[in-house]
Design a protein around this ligand. Structure first.
Ligand code: SF4
Length: 117
């Protein structure tokens, strides 16, 4: 299987040509090792930082913006969003506070990106 990707590791945006045969992944076009790591992860276990909003009981900020503390497996993002949209947070919440800890044992948390009183 062949695939082309633009590396998002830095503004240079190298065009990566990826070839996958069985478990062997060959990457060309990367200008540094991060491009190879990114390509291999995209082919085997793509991840994204998830941003969302969570309902609060605050009149000042009824929807609190949140994000994952690290890139989260793409295949598990929809269930995570369903879970977040059903949550209600009670203030006070400070920017950086954990809203959801250790999502499904992943070691990744959902944290607030804004404060709310
Ligand atoms: S391969 Fe390296 S230099 Fe090229 S875009 Fe990715 S991080 Fe930047």
């Amino acid at each position: 299987m062949k695939k082309s990707l633009i590396c998002i590791g830095c503004p240079r945006g190298c065009r990566l040509e990826i070839e996958m045969e069985g478990e062997t992944i060959t990457v060309r076009g990367n200008s540094c090792p991060r491009g190879e790591s990114y390509a291999k992860q995209e082919m085997t276990n793509p991840r994204r930082v998830v941003t969302a909003v969570v309902h609060t009981t605050s009149e000042q900020l009824p929807w609190l913006p949140v994000k994952t503390s690290a890139p989260f497996p793409k295949a598990a993002i929809a269930p995570l969003l369903n879970r977040l949209y059903k949550m209600t947070v009670t203030p006070p919440v400070h920017c950086g506070d954990t809203i959801l800890e250790d999502i499904d044992g992943s070691g990744i948390h959902v944290v607030a990106t804004e404060s709310c009183r």
